[in-house]
Write a protein that binds this ligand. Structure first.
Ligand code: BGC
Length: 406
């Protein structure tokens, strides 16, 4: 922190970290993802199991976050726990999430709450999922059930990465584009429309019941770039996979930006530029965050909330290096006048990465006993990156690279 200048952020800037229920809570037995992980011929190599046991240890997670100086926690409510069977509300689960919101506030953490983060109740998926005729009604009933918990939420994310949700069935059925290796299939248009309708219904309900609580959804930003002759394909891809979803945020209270790396097209299709990659094979490209924030604002004109940004790595120095680059990009966008409500790092914990425990995105390590020599203790070990981020939060500033002309 010595060789950089800083940009002061507004006093109510949300400086924190994110998790999602399925990836940290453990034993999410009523969810569609649990069913997928546990089926005989599951396409997923590893299961979530007890995950990080955060369903029981959330207080400790929040203590570490607040203790490091951070001021916000993005966590999710798991629909499958609230409504394990159609129309059946588990009141204990409702109380659980009420305690989490209150627990965050008690610790000085602003709660940013996600209502849907990839997982749905198994019954909802079995009935046809988002494109079934009753889907919006089902989702709305769930949103109405949890709305009273959210009166003091600092922001509510209705649906996490609808663009990825709309791609998922095609991805899972192996429909990767063989003509274009490394390129995600286009989102299913009917699914995209259904998610948009569910979002709109949720926004309407929440605005009515929780005036003053900002509501939006969060989009997976691809930072699509092109070199020689890749321009047209890059433009189509950007439109199909991202902009169609960003436009839904026009008029919303904020747009959630989720950025990790970039996608580059060249004359022969997607290419991975030579150079450094992260623990899960993505290009090490912290500049993507600044790009994503600028692009999202340009399309939506909505205030930006960075709901996810991070790197899979076992080398925590690399995480700090990545963070420094990403935050500098964010600071640059803010300095240029883009309204940014906060920065929520992905992730607070080393968590379940949808089929694998290998990628380590966390600011905090969790003992899951992968070495086989003891039972998991789920002990939390904060990494230096947590303290690093906390120092910036305490300072109320973002790093800017010391470049002449800054
Ligand atoms: C998701 C997270 C995921 C992260 C890293 C985002 O797509 O919202 O659930 O763990 O990226 O892959």
């Amino acid at each position: 922190m010595t060789d950089v200048d800083a940009l002061e952020v507004p006093e109510d800037f949300l400086f924190g970290a994110s998790t999602s229920p399925h990836q940290v809570e453990g034993d999410n037995v009523h969810s569609d993802m649990w069913a997928l992980e546990n089926m005989l011929a599951s396409p997923l190599p590893e299961k979530s199991g007890r995950a990080c046991d955060s369903y029981h240890r959330w207080g400790e997670d929040m203590d570490l976050l607040a203790g490091a100086g951070l001021t916000a926690y993005r966590f999710g409510i798991e629909w499958a726990r609230i409504e394990p069977a159609p129309g059946v509300v588990d009141e204990q689960a409702v109380e659980h999430y009420r305690s989490m919101v209150e627990g965050a506030l008690r610790r000085g953490l602003s709660p940013v709450v996600t209502l849907h983060h990839f997982t749905s109740p198994a019954w909802f998926a079995a009935a046809g999922g988002w494109t079934a005729p009753d889907a919006v009604a089902h989702f709305s009933r769930y949103v109405e059930t949890v709305a009273p918990l959210l009166r003091e939420a600092r922001a509510v994310v209705t649906i996490n990465e609808p663009n990825m949700v709309a791609i998922m069935p095609r991805l899972l059925s192996g429909e990767t584009s063989s003509r274009e290796p490394g390129v995600l299939p286009d989102p299913d248009p009917a699914l995209a429309d259904a998610l948009e309708a569910a979002h709109r219904a949720a926004v309407g309900l929440l605005h009515e019941q929780l005036p003053g609580v900002p509501v939006g959804w969060s989009v997976a930003n691809q930072c699509v770039e092109a070199i020689t002759d890749g321009m047209e394909r890059a433009r189509q891809y950007q439109e199909a996979i991202e902009d169609r979803f960003l436009r839904v945020s026009v008029g919303d209270d904020f747009v959630g930006v989720q950025s990790y790396t970039r996608t580059v097209f060249g004359p022969g299709g997607r290419l991975v530029p030579p150079g450094r990659t992260t623990g899960n094979g993505w290009e090490f490209y912290p500049q993507a965050l600044g790009w994503a924030v600028r692009h999202s604002f340009e399309i939506t004109h909505a205030p930006v909330l960075v709901t996810e940004n991070g790197i899979a790595t076992s080398d925590d120095d690399a995480r700090v290096e990545y963070l420094e680059g990403a935050l500098a990009g964010l600071a640059g966008a803010m300095r240029d006048g883009i309204p940014v409500l906060g920065y929520l790092h992905w992730s607070l914990l080393d968590n379940y990465e949808w089929g694998s425990w290998a990628p380590r995105f966390g600011l905090i390590a969790v003992d899951r006993a992968t070495s086989d020599d003891h039972d998991p203790t789920f002990a939390r070990t904060p990494k230096a990156s947590l303290a690093w981020l906390g120092r910036w939060a305490r300072k109320g500033a973002l790093p800017l690279p010391r470049i002449q002309g800054n």
